[in-house]
Design a protein around this ligand. Structure first.
Ligand SMILES: NC(=O)c1ccc[n+]([C@@H]2O[C@H](COP(=O)([O-])OP(=O)(O)OC[C@H]3O[C@@H](n4cnc5c(N)ncnc54)[C@H](OP(=O)(O)O)[C@@H]3O)[C@@H](O)[C@H]2O)c1
Length: 350
């Protein structure tokens, strides 16, 4: 299966994705029968767009060297819109990777709606678009009968979305308690070792883990977005960011961290999905976690999630962070689309 693919957003994740394709493209084709042909890449400068596939190495070289994909030789164009690119490429798949916008979800929401109306499948890591426009996007995908996959948006380097499979097999997730934001976990860990909040944030940005605007992390919005996406997917709610009780870590001090430790607690940036009288409760806040609990031992850039299941707990911990695992999650989603289509074809033919 050849998938004619458009990337919109060619920053950290987009470039990692193209690097992985360079390295693993032929394996993907051999193992899963999926051949990804990149026929268009858009950034803020414009696009590189071609009826034939673009050269992956050249895409990376041009972007790294000039910062603008519109400088791609022969096929680069400044200020070209997504609509024009869609008109010219007849693509099958849009990989949406523009920045998270927690106020409006734009331009991610419009980009995806646009592509879906042309019957394109979508894979995205755009947390803001999903946290603000989840229902709109999933309704449109259903209406157009296209795939909308977002493992990388809530993935946290952990296959959280896949846990839904357990539910299909009869287990029931009752609640979630998680450390899903590497930046704030790193900042709190560094503060517990005496570093200033400013220095810790600078390192997190240099590692490519903190968002452009670190307030998204520090004020709890990133964790909140992930809780909304997980609640909507795993608990079939119609939650939005306004349903989340949000408190950032900016009021945590080195003194309060020391005092907590003396009393047997670690302060961790926790995302929670719980239940109160059949109402889903969503929270993002710095929590005093008893040092005896597994989440208290998750430090630095590491992340973890505890799924409270009707038959016990599942705890998944990861040391992976940053854009590369998110790029892998995109590929996992693409393979997922391929497999679902195979299953459908099989069902119709038998
Ligand atoms: N980085 C991570 O670890 C991570 C993990 C999970 C999810 N996410 C989410 O995934 C998305 C992408 O993340 P990232 O780290 O790759 O972001 P990034 O490095 O900031 O890249 C964003 C890209 O989007 C482009 N862009 C911005 N506005 C655009 C517009 N109006 N039209 C076309 N392109 C536009 C930018 O263009 P220029 O290059 O010209 O500036 C840039 O190439 C974000 O929503 C982020 O929240 C990130």
């Amino acid at each position: 299966l050849i998938l004619r693919t458009l990337l919109i957003g060619f920053g950290k994740i987009g470039k990692n994705l193209v690097e992985i394709l360079l390295e693993k493209g032929s394996y993907l084709e051999k193992r899963y029968g999926v051949k990804l042909e990149i026929v268009g890449v858009l950034d803020r400068s414009g696009a590189a767009v071609s009826q034939d596939r673009l050269d992956l190495q050249k895409l990376l070289d041009i972007k790294n060297r000039t910062g603008k994909i519109a400088n791609y030789p022969l096929f680069g164009e400044e200020n070209i819109s997504l609509t024009e690119v869609l008109d010219r490429t007849d693509a099958d798949l849009l990989v949406e990777l523009t920045p998270t916008n927690i106020q409006t979800g734009q331009p991610g929401i419009s980009n995806m709606l646009h592509a879906m109306s042309r019957r394109m499948d979508i894979v995205t890591t755009n947390k803001g678009a999903l946290a603000t426009g989840y229902k709109l996007l999933t309704d449109k995908a259903l209406q157009m009968n296209v795939a909308l996959k977002f493992g990388g948006a809530a993935h946290m380097s952990i296959p959280c979305i896949d846990v839904d499979l357990y539910q299909n097999l009869g287990l029931r997730i009752i609640g979630i308690e998680a450390i899903v934001n590497a930046t704030t976990n790193y900042v709190l860990t560094q503060m517990s070792e005496g570093a200033s909040i400013e220095a810790a944030i600078r390192t997190a940005q240099a590692e490519g883990i903190a968002e452009h605007d670190p307030s998204l992390d520090l004020e709890g919005w990133d964790t909140a977005c992930k809780m909304v996406i997980l609640a909507n997917w795993l608990f079939k709610t119609a939650s939005t960011l306004s349903d989340v009780e949000i408190k950032g870590i900016t009021e945590v001090t080195t003194k309060s961290i020391r005092e907590a430790k003396r009393e047997g607690y670690a302060i961790r940036p926790i995302g929670e999905i719980g239940n109160d009288k059949n109402r889903i409760i969503l929270k993002s806040y710095p929590k005093m976690v008893p040092l005896t609990e597994p989440l208290a031992t998750v430090e630095g850039f590491h992340k973890a999630i505890t799924f409270h299941i009707n038959q016990g707990d599942i705890l998944i911990k990861t040391e992976l962070a940053g854009p590369k695992p998110s790029a892998y999650a995109i590929l996992e989603d693409i393979i997922g689309i391929r497999m679902e289509k195979n299953l459908l074809a099989h069902a119709y033919s038998s």
